[in-house]
Design a protein around this ligand. Structure first.
Ligand SMILES: *[C@@H]1O[C@H](CO)[C@@H](O)[C@H](O)[C@H]1NC(C)=O
Ligand SMILES: *[C@@H]1O[C@H](CO)[C@@H](O)[C@H](O)[C@H]1NC(C)=O
Ligand SMILES: *[C@@H]1O[C@H](CO)[C@@H](O)[C@H](O)[C@H]1NC(C)=O
Ligand SMILES: *[C@@H]1O[C@H](CO)[C@@H](O)[C@H](O)[C@H]1NC(C)=O
Length: 463
């Protein structure tokens, strides 16, 4: 590190360049900081929490990291490469408000029994919970185990050696809810591992065996090796790898930012992978005169269900749709349901995890999100509206009005629940969730909903 600095200062003409670069880099850094301070996350829950040691500002490698994110200083890259072999710090970085990742190279040894990763190329210690819900300490992260990254001191010998990179991630957190399965784990896993073209070992911590089994066909697309359940390692096992990434890269809900992914891939590449994994036939919707447009209604059972589902089905059939009603639960065969979704041209459902199935829709299909009563537009927007655009889908929203909500059967019209949802929101996520997400079913007026479905037909025909 010293050597690099000295050579920079010795060369007078470079000082000026260096200062300009430093200024640019710091500006980017500060702007990023401001952005993350003042643009809250969708759930407004993120607090500064994590026990990551952040590298001191001005350290060489801090600069390296920031530089990689901007493309201005290309002439510096060679120099970085030469120095990069010496020591790879920082091993761990905060990539954004939702995730930290540690990327260790050299001689990396994993002792699962006490959640320790020994790294020959560091002198620092780090700690990380490898699940992309950073900030949610009391919720998702309370069941995610913490891993320690340590320098080589009394390092145990390898018992198993693989000559490919490995990725450690937790599947506890909020998994089991399809939205979280995809936004917290599967898409971040895609972002992190797609660059390896299958030559990567997935290492699972906090295993739920059924989970890895449920999504086996997707994991098998990401890695040609069987995922390993680290909980099964015994006290003797020391796994050795030339590179270990701990924690997954997160960009945005159900999305990939192609400008940040390792080799520029996007959510469209993810859709290609899903089609392969689940055997989906349709890449795009094509309307034909011989086939009716197909409407898939995602049905929910316990909350936010359609009270008048039969009426909706009849009305939609009258408009010329072939209507299918589907309900996806925890035990649903994902590939089978994915094929049903892929056969649809319009997917309609009340806000909820089931709408995550839109990842399986062909491009050009229409998603209709029914937004329950109670000031939930922001939630609808962050979870499904924004992602739908990138997934190359068309999006329509149907907002439940007071008289279409079963809340009017439970509360007087003067109750703040109906009069003043903002007040309920101010009591916090749980209060809001109990009332508007758990206690509410919907009965959309058929004449209003008909307009939305006709709009959907128009969008399909315009494609
Ligand atoms: C770490 O191990 C790798 C692989 O054995 C080796 O090439 C590298 O020189 C080592 N680095 C340090 C700092 O010991
Ligand atoms: C590790 O391996 C070396 C060389 O094979 C051996 O000398 C040493 O005793 C081993 N260390 C442990 C802790 O088993
Ligand atoms: C890690 O596990 C090994 C093997 O069980 C044990 O000998 C060692 O003391 C543990 N280290 C720590 C820091 O707990
Ligand atoms: C959904 O509700 C219906 C009727 O209330 C019930 O028969 C069915 O078993 C429920 N399905 C699930 C998955 O709970």
């Amino acid at each position: 590190m010293k050597a690099w600095r000295i050579s920079m200062w010795r060369d007078g003409s470079k000082i000026c360049n260096f200062l300009i670069i430093l200024f640019l880099v710091l500006s980017i850094f500060i702007l990023n900081r401001m952005k993350s301070q003042y643009c809250p996350s969708p759930y407004g829950k993120a607090k500064e929490l994590v026990k990551l040691e952040k590298p001191r500002k001005g350290e060489k490698n801090q600069l390296t990291v920031e530089k990689r994110q901007s493309s201005i200083e290309e002439d510096e890259d060679d120099e970085e490469e030469k120095n990069a072999n010496i020591i790879h710090e920082p091993i761990c970085q905060e990539l954004n408000k939702r995730s930290d990742t540690c990327d260790a190279r050299g001689d990396v040894r994993i002792q699962s029994i006490n959640h320790t990763i020994f790294i020959n190329s560091t002198k620092k210690e780090w700690k990380i919970k490898p699940y992309a819900r950073k900030g949610d300490d009391m919720g998702a992260l309370s069941h995610v185990s913490e891993w320690s990254l340590k320098p080589f001191v009394q390092v145990p010998n390898c018992t198993l050696k693989q000559d490919i990179p490995a990725v450690i991630f937790s599947i506890n957190g909020y998994t089991g809810n399809m939205f979280h399965d995809f936004t917290d784990v599967i898409i971040p896993l895609f972002i992190t591992t797609h660059q390896f073209h299958g030559r990567v070992q997935l290492l699972v911590t906090d295993t739920k065996p059924w989970w890895a089994n449920k999504y086996k066909m997707i994991l098998n697309q990401l890695s040609t090796h069987e995922p390993i359940d680290l909980a099964k390692d015994d006290s003797e096992t020391i796994r050795c790898f030339p590179r270990v990434i701990t924690g997954l890269h997160f960009h945005k809900e159900l999305g990939v930012d192609s400008s940040k992914s390792p080799t520029g891939y996007s959510i469209v590449d993810f859709k290609v992978l899903l089609r392969k994994a689940c055997g989906l036939e349709r890449a795009a919707t094509v309307l034909s005169s011989v086939r009716k447009p197909r409407l898939l209604i995602i049905s929910r059972n316990h909350s936010r269900s359609f009270v008048n589902e039969k009426g909706i089905v009849g009305m939609a059939a009258g408009l010329g749709f072939e209507v299918v009603v589907g309900e996806a639960g925890v035990s649903t065969d994902v590939s089978k349901f994915a094929r049903l979704v892929n056969s649809a041209d319009v997917l309609m459902g009340v806000h909820g995890a089931g709408l995550t199935n839109m990842v399986f829709l062909p491009s050009g299909a229409v998603v209709i999100q029914i937004v329950p009563y109670g000031g939930l537009e922001w939630l609808a927007r962050e979870t499904f509206m924004k992602p739908s655009r990138e997934l190359e889908l068309k999006y329509l929203e149907y907002r439940i009005q007071e008289e279409e909500s079963t809340l009017i059967d439970q509360y007087s019209r003067e109750d703040p629940v109906l009069r003043d949802p903002e007040r309920v929101h101010k009591k916090g996520w749980n209060a809001m969730k109990t009332v508007y997400l758990e206690k509410q079913n919907v009965r959309p007026r058929l004449d209003r909903l008909k307009n939305t479905l006709m709009e959907a037909l128009k969008l399909l025909r315009a494609a």
